[in-house]
Design a binder for this molecule. Structure first.
Ligand code: FE
Length: 290
């Protein structure tokens, strides 16, 4: 779907940048090199989001081993593949090939064991994995999986020439590939030509951040350069965000309604209490997780 739109909702009180965060280089799975942009220390501040990893490399040694079988419980993973090919298989019987511009949305719920294995031996692999928490009442829901090829993702171009992919939520009258009632996640990939502006209404109480992966932007006068995550302040009056591209830029705009529930994480398991984590470890050990 492609449409252009005349209306940029007026933002009277744009959000400001509360702070900038630089990701930390790390590795996960069977040695995949990545940058953890949203780490555990930001889980409360950016509730309902638990993690954002950025991966990107020309070097197959950085990604080739992928993520062999591993478990999850209690949240959702959203993988957005900018470039490259990765095959997903899970214990609920889902299988999919994620490639160039596609999104995979997986609800781990009460438990999945899955693998994410690159299907390329050379070339660039670049993308993001976001973890979205589930409310306590849904943590033990049945697992769910869906993948969307790039052409299936809702897309629009503004009059200013900003190309937007709406992975989740709603923007400029376009509803995203996935919506979620409890956390109302908004997940936009925005490609802005130099000088262009993009405005997005946001409820004041929703936590929101922008991750710049190419170029440089400004938000309410604060410059944000590539590989920086800008946490947007939750001023009670603020009614949205305005992003101005200083250069050609590519950014993720992510926001959601906080759950305000306790977070207990042990690696790939995110529950509400320690007791539930012990239960999860027992379930996994005894083969009851998935
Ligand atoms: Fe995983």
């Amino acid at each position: 779907m492609t449409q252009s739109t005349l209306i940029i909702g007026p933002i009277h009180h744009p959000r400001t940048v509360e702070r900038l965060v630089v990701g930390k280089a790390t590795s996960d799975g069977a040695g995949v090199k990545l940058t953890r942009v949203l780490a555990q220390s930001l889980q409360r501040r950016l509730d309902p989001f638990l993690m954002l990893d950025a991966f990107g490399s020309h070097n197959p040694e950085d990604y080739i081993a992928g993520f062999p079988d591993h478990p999850h419980r209690g949240f959702e993973t959203i993988t957005y593949m900018i470039a490259g090919r990765m095959r997903h298989r899970d214990s609920a019987g889902h299988e999919g090939l994620l490639e160039n511009g596609g999104v995979q949305w997986m609800t781990a719920g009460r438990g999945v064991i899955h693998s994410e294995i690159p299907q390329q031996e050379e070339g660039v692999m670049e993308g993001f994995q976001l973890w979205l928490n589930l409310p306590a009442r849904d943590k033990m829901t049945a697992p769910w999986y869906r993948d969307f090829a790039a052409a299936e993702l809702p897309h629009f171009v503004t009059d200013a020439g900003v190309a937007a992919t709406v992975i989740a939520g709603e923007s400029h009258g376009v509803t995203g590939a996935v919506t979620r009632a409890a956390t109302a996640p908004l997940y936009l990939d925005l490609h802005l030509p130099a000088g262009a502006c993009f405005a997005q209404p946001l409820p004041a109480e929703h936590n929101a951040f922008v991750y710049v992966y190419r170029g440089e932007i400004g938000i309410a006068g604060s410059p944000v350069s590539a590989q920086h995550l800008a946490i947007l302040a939750n001023d009670a009056q603020a009614d949205g965000v305005v992003i101005e591209a200083a250069t050609d830029a590519k950014v993720l705009l992510i926001a959601g309604r906080p759950l305000n529930e306790p977070i207990a994480q042990y690696g790939p398991f995110v529950m509400n209490t320690e007791q539930e984590i012990y239960q999860t470890l027992n379930d996994f050990r005894d083969g009851r997780l998935a």
